[in-house]
Design a protein around this ligand. Sequence first.
Ligand code: HMG
Length: 439
Amino acid sequence: MKGIINGFSKLSKQQKIQWVAETFGQNPTEMAEHISSWQHADAAQQKVLDGFTENALTNYPLPYSIAPNVMVNGKVYAVPMVIEESSVVAAASSAAKFWLNKGGFHADILGTVKLGQVHFRWLGQPETMQYLFPEIKAALLASADDITANMRNRGGGITDVELLDFTAEEPGYYQIRASFETCDSMGANFINSVLERFGDTLEFFFDTRTDLSDHERDVEVIMCILSNYTPDCVVRAWVECPVGELEDLARHAGLPGPEAVDRICTAVRIARLDPYRATTHNKGIFNGIDAVILATGNDFRAVEASGHTYACRDGQYRSLSKAWVENGIFRFELELPLALGTVGGLTALHPLAKRSLEILGNPSARELMMIVAAVGLAQNFAAVRSLVTTGIQSGHMKMHLTNILNHLGATDEQAAAAQQYFADKTVSFSAVREYLGQQ
Ligand code: HMG
């Protein structure tokens, strides 16, 4: 059947491109050339990129942008962002500039603990397991000494090992939950290596216990893996200022400042009580967060997964941000888990991730957590400010105009004229097409 292939992974890159183009391309030569054309001119750089994944044919370009003026705890950053969506970088930049003369963003770290689990089955009496656990714990910690040595030298390592009993829900199922401090690394490989060592040690511990019955010596390790849910690796970012200083908040909509503030607070409360709204609200936050995570070579799937679990930690999916006025002070706050690294992994390998960290002043993981949270908050603030004042489309479509003009094949002159023409008009695909037709 067309499209099935054995041994694709064993083909050379050129052979893979050829096979894809010949099998699926309407014009195979043109497709093969097009795919190949996105490769880096420098073969050494391309080799590094190809090493990130498997069956790589080429590179998939995304814009690399900067949101300037992001002040966090008094220090100003130009934040690299990688994202394909119009208006996200403009919105983050706009909010950063808005808060610049109002103290900027503030942030603090609530914890940096990461977690891993060994899931196993043991069918002896739960009391016996409780009795044995102190010995098991000591054996586990000792067995990982060689793996944790460097991390301990940096001030990190394993900070706790607990036993959790789930036998009431699943016969014989226990979990070892280990806590880690991984300093400036995201730590996934470190944690997984420790956990797999724990798994082997657990099996050895039971296997060699001559004081246990045959039945009790039988332990089955199901899996050893980090948890991407890191509710104790959390950052909080906020902006605040007297409501009286927010008169310019809704200048486009002509709303008085206090009214705009009230509408923002109401919109955020709606996102706390309604999961449908909360999902879109948090998507707006991750517009900013993912873009910085990608630009710095971090793992946006891990951060998203953890953030969404955190958003429903009380049993209902809610907004990750809060907004309120107290004693005349408006405060807009975001709290979320962020397991990030500034050393190791792609941060050291991806040529632009390294550059991003340099632009950010080579921050520690803790500092990067605060920058990322500030951009998420900036994004959220800009989106909600637009939603409750002008509506999202006017600003978003103004930024999207370039895409529409490119799509319709406008010349540089037509595009420049269209930008002027639409400066005070509503942008839509049909309005732009009509405008170009009239040219
Ligand atoms: P504006 O006030 O018309 O902008 O806002 P301005 O022309 O007055 O410029 C002010 C500043 O905005 C600029 O300062 C820039 O910082 C930034 P300057 O550089 O001049 O010193 N800015 C730009 N930066 C880069 N390129 C540009 C640009 N234009 C302005 N072309 C703006 C325009 C789009 C910022 C505003 O309308 C806005 O913030 N809109 C919100 C857009 C948004 O949130 N987009 C995210 C995608 S929509 C979404 O998916 C999420 C959502 O569903 C989430 C939710 O529901 O909560 C909405």
